[in-house]
Design a protein around this ligand. Sequence first.
Ligand code: SAM
Length: 235
Amino acid sequence: MNLILLLPQDFINPTEVNLTGRRLQHVRSVHRAQVGDTLRVGALNGLLGQGVVTQVNDEHLTMAVTLSTPPPAKLALTLVLALPRPKVLNRVLAAATALGVAHITLLNSFRVEKGYWTNPRLGADNLLLQRLLGLEQAQDTGMPSVDLQRRFKPFVEDELGTRSAGTLRLVAHPEGAGPCPRAVTTPVTLVVGPEGGFIPFEVELLQKVGFAPVSLGPRILRVETAVATLVGRLF
Ligand code: SAM
């Protein structure tokens, strides 16, 4: 935790916060915080700054906070990700958040197992927690939005074209695609496939609405590695 992320409900008043639960445990056990110590803090979707510990015990920690620095800018990137298996989902969500992705769509596709959609890790609490972990890692406060799309064809045919208007549309696909562009200056909508890859019909449908297949070369990468590599190339 490189940043103590402050949620609206933590604020007792505009310059004082009260922490409990996971962040209290972390600050006590890892930072070994004492009264008078200064910690790096940031208000969710707000400014970064410092907190001076004013009280700490088993139940709670209070800090006087000064918030003055804007967080890093989000990347002009929407990531449309075929829903990975739950463990991988956690890692990819946290990593995509840490990398600065602005919006994440989790999409069904032929090779996404149906059971993934009913896994508790897809619940709102876990989706929030993984993004909080990503923000804490990256010292960022800007929470990316997430939406779930359970129907591939209607979403791609009826919504994705409009949503991605004015952006560079790319689908990461190892087979028969051109190289992924580097250091682009336009906003990007990037589609990444499931662990088994997209089927030809899905790639064709994406192409119909303007998505160009791009490759990272002949090595087949895990989803989380592919996402990090694609973001690193594009921005
Ligand atoms: N056997 C699958 C295939 O050939 O598509 C492998 C899928 S890979 C584990 C999961 C996703 O990561 C792919 O659908 C693609 O979006 C992305 N990916 C992995 N390696 C890639 C590469 N070398 N080039 C482009 N995308 C890649």
